[in-house]
Design a protein around this ligand. Sequence first.
Ligand code: GDP
Length: 350
Amino acid sequence: GSDGIGTGDPLVQRLLKGLRAGHRASLAESITLVETSHPKKKLQARQLLTEVLQDAKYTYYLYGTKSLSLRLGLSGPPGAGKSTFIERLGKFYTAKGHKVAVLAVDPSSATTGGSLLGDKTRMPELSRDMNAYIRPSPSRGHLGGVTRSTNEAIVLCEAAGFDIIIVETIGVGQSEFSVVDMVDLFALIIPPGGGDELQGLKRGIMEMSDLIVVNKSDGDLIPAARRMQYEYISALKYIRPKSKHWSIPVKRISSLTGEGIDELWDLMQKYRKIMEDCGKFVSCRRSQRRAWLWTHLKDSLVSTFINSSGLKEKIDQIEQEVMDGVLSPGDAADILLQEHIDVLKQKDRK
Ligand code: GDP
């Protein structure tokens, strides 16, 4: 194209070849490429994604829904046993011949700079598995930036032949809601005990969940795990399920002993089958893509607006007036938007 990055771009070609061959090194490099904000690399990333999407489209045309991966979202408080669970579930999947990718979305990394999730040392066995790929969360940028690249990373993992994609997040902030919009099945994982946890986790996340997993149901913890299970089952009575075809199961498992993991796998398979049969599996992905388009657009519009020249002082001033209660927030937004449009018009005239 006119931008100088075409299908023939050597980097794009090399990565594409590597992805198609299922090489993890190419996958890692490709994900790094889509995380970049460098203008030339962004164009290469776009080219790569375009090719990858075309491949996926063609495969779908040939093989239908069975060519699609299972995208699994997993959220829970720190210490719930997420990494132990992923390690266990991941090994279970790879033993069955699947290829498992683990991606992390860490809302805290933006502030702490450190990454709690997706740390390879948290999943030592899985990270040594040839059929697994573990990607730590990107530490730069705000939540929008992090989730944006996660979305694209999923597509790249699939291009490299990974058919189970696990997206992990800590259930503390808002991030689990955006993760919900990236996956086919969203599971909440909770430890036994800590009755306040239920209030803490809020109805919101429960409403978003397709499956609730009570972990650590082993040894002395079994009675507490049972109580937790019943608490959740009764709390769910007051929650409207996302789909009339599926009522949210609450399963007790032990990631330590592996107990309940195979039943959980059966449940996930069943969920997928039901969603495929009623057409929701595909239609959800369609509406998720549309939702992401709007998320990105809103993000970009806001940042273009904030960075638009000559508005900085005006924004500060209007913000003050709104905080002081002398200008209504709605009117303030109208005024700022009009200012922005005027700036753009002036630029056009020049
Ligand atoms: P994360 O912070 O959610 O990733 O939690 P971890 O996987 O790091 O687990 C936190 C702690 O709980 C660790 O000490 C684990 O060994 C322990 N743990 C995880 N799963 C189980 C389980 O099924 N049973 C028991 N008894 N302990 C577990």
